[in-house]
Write a protein that binds this ligand. Structure first.
Ligand SMILES: [Cu+2]
Length: 117
């Protein structure tokens, strides 16, 4: 091996350079859109009341071992999920301020709300 700089060393420099460039360009990117999680477990939404800012995407995840839905109570409905089996998710992005009550259409006693400010 007569070369003063090995190929692996050059590759390492290249990888570090790309990583640094990525970090640098990420610092100029728009703030990442906010996301919030609601867990469905034991026949309840957690948290039952969630306050978010406009533009937030809320993702509901069914952690229960039976199917549930996430359906807006208002008419017309702001959002309506399909039936979510265990570990399935439903997401909705709230673009207007207001209070959005919702329930599970299979178990109507399960209710929650999202407050968008
Ligand atoms: Cu349910």
């Amino acid at each position: 091996m007569k070369r003063s700089v090995s190929v692996p060393a050059l590759m390492a420099v290249a990888v570090l350079g790309i990583a640094a460039l990525g970090a640098w360009s990420a610092s100029f990117a728009a703030p990442a859109p906010q996301t919030m999680e609601v867990k469905i477990d034991n026949f309840s939404f957690g948290p039952a009341a969630l306050t978010v800012s406009v533009g937030t995407t809320v993702t509901w995840t069914n952690r229960d071992d039976i199917p549930h839905t996430v359906v807006s109570t208002d008419e017309p409905k702001a959002f309506k999920s399909k039936v979510l089996d265990t570990d399935e998710k439903f997401s909705f992005t709230f673009t207007k301020p207001g209070t959005y009550p919702y329930f599970c259409s299979i178990h109507p006693k399960m209710t929650g709300k999202v407050i968008v400010q």
